[in-house]
Design a protein around this ligand. Structure first.
Ligand code: TRP
Length: 329
């Protein structure tokens, strides 16, 4: 079985963009690989954060992922900082990575713009830690969104630099792109993201979601219900693609174009279909939440397994590099 690795930032609560854009796919393919999913808290600390919130953000992410269907036994879900080998391998990779490669990274450029007062070395080195995440397990397949392609290409390059200098050690991994196009926020302007305040939360109730969706923009040219609309430019219609079957979607599209169906009715169908996906997730979340003890235990066990694998890779790597004391016992 090939090794699959992916990471997710501990943002706390998830939104439907995370779910339909990434997690749903992880859930689907987790059984086809030897699967590792990491909650990347060491990545998260490269931008300003509230230390009081972080433990909750990490644990909540774990529970959310299990509630979405990440398998408690099959998938190795773990907390990045609990496996020190990631940081160890980062340092090793730092010494084969040209600065110029990191200077090109668009995510670094964006984030250093957003946090001008806190452009720390960790933020610059972020892609190297990401490469170490993947390669410490000799990951081959990395399911990510489009915004991470550059980091995966970079990871391949790091593997090449290392292999060339010290001998074949790491595989050249490939990105597995999720087919879902990027999911826009309720504002219809930005990618759905907590920081943009435009999300539909995965655990929100129907009433909460309806309040937001009811107020969301549709086709701007459709002012009155009797105006025909264009589903192709309507953000809500793009959401239908996530939860509504093809046949029903055809009817909605037709209704919109002919002004036979108003935006309110279209939105109602969307929320109804969305809740069919979200209700079971919320129920599972609430169940797991009553059992945080066993979640903590699973995360401990997984970190232990990961530490074991990571140790093997670090030993092999150091050996290849000549940082192995000769007075071995
Ligand atoms: N940088 C990724 C993101 O922001 C998260 C991440 C960290 C990751 N390490 C990874 C993704 C390794 C894939 C593989 O989404």
């Amino acid at each position: 079985m090939k090794v699959l690795f992916s990471g997710i930032q501990p943002t706390g609560a998830l939104h439907i963009g995370n779910y339909f854009g990434a997690i749903k796919n992880w859930v689907k393919i987790q059984f086809d690989y030897r699967t590792f999913i990491s909650i990347v808290d060491y990545h998260a600390i490269t931008i300003p954060y509230d230390k009081k919130e972080m433990p909750e953000r990490v644990m909540d992410m774990a529970i959310n992922l299990f509630a979405c269907g990440i398998d408690l036994e099959k998938t190795n879900l773990f907390i990045q900082s609990e496996v020190p080998g990631h940081a160890d391998l980062t340092w090793i990779f730092n010494s084969v990575t040209p600065m110029g490669e990191l200077e090109r990274m668009t995510q670094f450029k964006d984030k250093s713009q957003q946090h001008k007062k806190n452009v720390n070395v960790g933020l610059f080195d972020y892609p190297v830690l990401q490469a170490a995440d993947i390669l410490i397990y000799k990951g081959e397949v990395v399911p990510v969104g489009e915004d991470q392609i550059q980091h995966i290409e970079f990871t391949r390059e790091v593997a090449r630099y290392f292999n060339k200098r010290f001998g074949k050690t790491f595989p050249e991994c490939e990105a597995l792109l999720t087919k879902t196009p990027r999911i826009m926020g309720l504002d219809g302007e930005n990618k759905m993201s907590k920081s943009k305040n435009n999300i539909i939360g995965l655990l929100e109730t129907e009433a909460e979601i309806w309040k937001k969706v009811g107020a969301a923009k549709t086709d701007p040219a459709r002012i009155k219900k009797t105006d025909p609309g264009n589903p192709l430019v309507c953000n809500i219609y793009s959401y239908h693609k996530l939860v509504t079957g093809e046949e029903e979607r055809e009817e909605i599209s037709e209704g919109c174009r002919t002004a036979g169906m108003g935006c309110v009715d279209c939105k109602k169908i969307f929320v109804k279909n969305l809740m069919k996906v979200l209700n079971p997730i919320r129920e599972k979340y609430e169940n797991l939440k009553m059992n945080t003890h066993s979640i903590r235990e699973i995360l401990n066990n997984n970190a232990e397994k990961c530490r074991h694998i990571a140790k093997q890779t670090i030993l092999e790597t150091k050996d290849k590099m000549g940082i192995n004391p000769v007075w071995k016992l």
